[in-house]
Design a binder for this molecule. Structure first.
Ligand code: GH3
Ligand code: MG
Length: 430
C-alpha cells in the first residue's frame, strides 16, 4: 500500500525534523541560537519549494505535501514554544521576510547580467526563482500573521486550559494552520494552478501533523525545558511579539513571586509585608482582623515513619485543604515547616474561630497518609478594635496554638487581643 508507506514516511519525516531542530534549540546555550535559526531558514526555503511541487497521497484519498504538513507545521509549533522569549521569536521571522524580499530583488537584477559561456551549462531558471520568490514572500507574510495569532490563542487558552500544554498547542495550532492553509493555497493556486484537492488534503494532513507535533513539543517542554530558568527581559513596547507575551510573563512572574514552591501558598516574606500592612490598615480603620496559625499534629512522626517525600505530600494536601476552605478574601501563607498562617479580615472573633474550626474539620476528615489520619491544631487571634500590631496578634495566635497542642491536639482555640483581661475564650475540639 503506497498510501500507508507514505503515511509512515511522513511520520518519520516529522520525527527527524523535530529531533534535529528541537536538539539545536536545546543546545542554544552552548551553540547560540544562530544555529537553530540558520537551520530554520534552510528548511523554510525547502518547505516552500516542496509545498509548490511535491505531493504524496495518503489513505482516504488525501493529497498533501511534506513541505506544508511536516516542515511548515513543525516550524510554526517550534516558534510557539520559543515564544517564551519573545524577543527571540521575532528574529527568524523578520530575517525570513527580509531574506525572501532580497531574493526577489536580486533575481530581478541578476537576469540583466550578460553571461559568460563556460562549457555546457544551463541558464539560471529565473521563472522558477520568480515563482518561488513570490510564494516565499507570501508564505512568510502569512507566517508573520500565523505567529501572532498562535501566540494570542496559546496565551489566552491558558486562562481556561491552565497548564495543559498539549491541548493548548493542539487547539491553537489547528485554528491557525486552518487559516494558513487557506491563505497559502490562495497564493499557490494563483501561481501554480494547484487543484482544490491540494487545499483539502493539505489541511487534513496539517491537522494530523498538529496532533503529532503537539505531543512532541509538550513532551519536550515537560522533560527538557523545565529546568531552564527563564530570565525576564525588559520589554520594548514597539515589539509586537514582546507585547503579546509580556503581560502573561509579567503576571506569571508576579504570581510566582512570594509563593512557596512546595504548596503554592504565599511565603513567609509575603506574610511579613502583607500581614503587617493588612493588620495596620484594619487597626487604623477599626475593623477586626484575625490571624490563624495552623500547625500539623505530630508531623515529625509522619516524616520519620514515611519519609520526607510523603511528608511533603502531606504538607501539600494540608495547604490545598486550607486554601479550598477559607473565603476568597482570606490569604494563606506557609509560615515555614508544617505551619500555615491565614489572615482573615472583617470577621468577628467567633466567625474567625468558626473558620478555623471548619479548616480543622475538613483536614481531619479528608487528609490521610498511609492509612493514618492527619490532623492540625489551630490558634486564632482576633483584634477587637483599638490599635493592634502584627507581632502582638501573632504572639497571641501562637499562645492559642500552644494551648491547643497542650489540650490534646486536633482542636481550635481562639482569643481576642484587645481584651486579655476578660477574654471570650472560645475552644473547640475535635
Ligand atoms: P506537634 O504536634 O507538636 O506540632 O509535633 P510535630 O511533630 O509536628 O512537631 P514540629 O511541628 O516541631 O515538627 C515539624 C517538623 O516538620 C520538623 C521538620 O523535620 C519537618 N519539616 C519542616 N519543613 C518540612 C518540609 O518542607 N518537608 C517535610 N517533609 N518536613 C518538613
Ligand atoms: Mg507540627
Amino acid at each position: 500500500m503506497p498510501e500507508l508507506s507514505n503515511l509512515a514516511l511522513l511520520a518519520a519525516d516529522a520525527l527527524v525534523y523535530f529531533a534535529v531542530l528541537a536538539g539545536l534549540f536545546r543546545l542554544r546555550h552552548r551553540l547560540g541560537i544562530g544555529a537553530f535559526f540558520c537551520a530554520l531558514g534552510v528548511m523554510h526555503f525547502i518547505e516552500t519549494y516542496l509545498a509548490s511541487i511535491f505531493y504524496v497521497t495518503l489513505p482516504l484519498g488525501i493529497v498533501t505535501s511534506p513541505g506544508s504538513s511536516v516542515l511548515f507545521t513543525g516550524k510554526l509549533l517550534l516558534l510557539v514554544y520559543i515564544r517564551e522569549d519573545a524577543k527571540v521569536v521575532r528574529q527568524p521571522i523578520y530575517g525570513l521576510l527580509i531574506g525572501n524580499l532580497l531574493m526577489v530583488a536580486l533575481a530581478a537584477l541578476m537576469r540583466h547580467h550578460s553571461l559568460a559561456q563556460l562549457g555546457p551549462g544551463g541558464m539560471a531558471d529565473f521563472a522558477f526563482l520568480d515563482q518561488m520568490g513570490a510564494l516565499m514572500v507570501w508564505g512568510t507574510a502569512l507566517l508573520f500573521v500565523d505567529c501572532i495569532l498562535i501566540v494570542i490563542l496559546y496565551e489566552h487558552s491558558r486562562s481556561w486550559l491552565r497548564d495543559r500544554v498539549f491541548l493548548r498547542l493542539a487547539l491553537a495550532g489547528a485554528a491557525v494552520l486552518t487559516f494558513d492553509q487557506f491563505g497559502f493555497y490562495a497564493g499557490l493556486h494563483l501561481l501554480t494552478g494547484a487543484p482544490v484537492s491540494v487545499l483539502l488534503g493539505g489541511w487534513a494532513a496539517k491537522m494530523g501533523a498538529v496532533a503529532i507535533y503537539s505531543v512532541l513539543v509538550a513532551g519536550y517542554l515537560r522533560f527538557a525545558e523545565r529546568s531552564i530558568g527563564r530570565q525576564p527581559k525588559q520589554a520594548r513596547v514597539a515589539d509586537v511579539f514582546e507585547m503579546l507575551t509580556y503581560r502573561e510573563r509579567y503576571e506569571d512572574l508576579l504570581a510566582r513571586t512570594g509563593r512557596d514552591a512546595l504548596t503554592g501558598a504565599y511565603d513567609r516574606g509575603r506574610l511579613e509585608t502583607h500581614g503587617r500592612e493588612a493588620i495596620a490598615a484594619a487597626a487604623q480603620a477599626e475593623r477586626p482582623v484575625s490571624l490563624l496559625l495552623i500547625d500539623i499534629d505530630d508531623f515529625k512522626t509522619f516524616n520519620d515513619r514515611l519519609g520526607h517525600a510523603a511528608g511533603d505530600a502531606i504538607i501539600r494536601s494540608i495547604a490545598q485543604e486550607i486554601m479550598a476552605t477559607v473565603r476568597a478574601s482570606d490569604t494563606v501563607f506557609r509560615f515555614g515547616g508544617d505551619e500555615f498562617v491565614v489572615i482573615s479580615e472583617d470577621v468577628t472573633g467567633e466567625a474567625a474561630l468558626a473558620l478555623g474550626e471548619r479548616v480543622r474539620r475538613e483536614i481531619a476528615t479528608r487528609v490521610e497518609s498511609a492509612g493514618s489520619r492527619v490532623t492540625v491544631s489551630i490558634g486564632v487571634a482576633t483584634t477587637a478594635g483599638g490599635v493592634v500590631d502584627y507581632d502582638s496578634l501573632f504572639q497571641l495566635a501562637d499562645r492559642c496554638l500552644y494551648q491547643a497542642k497542650a489540650a490534646g491536639r486536633n482542636c481550635t482555640i481562639g482569643d481576642r487581643v484587645a481584651s486579655p483581661e476578660a477574654p471570650v475564650r472560645l475552644v473547640y475540639s475535635g
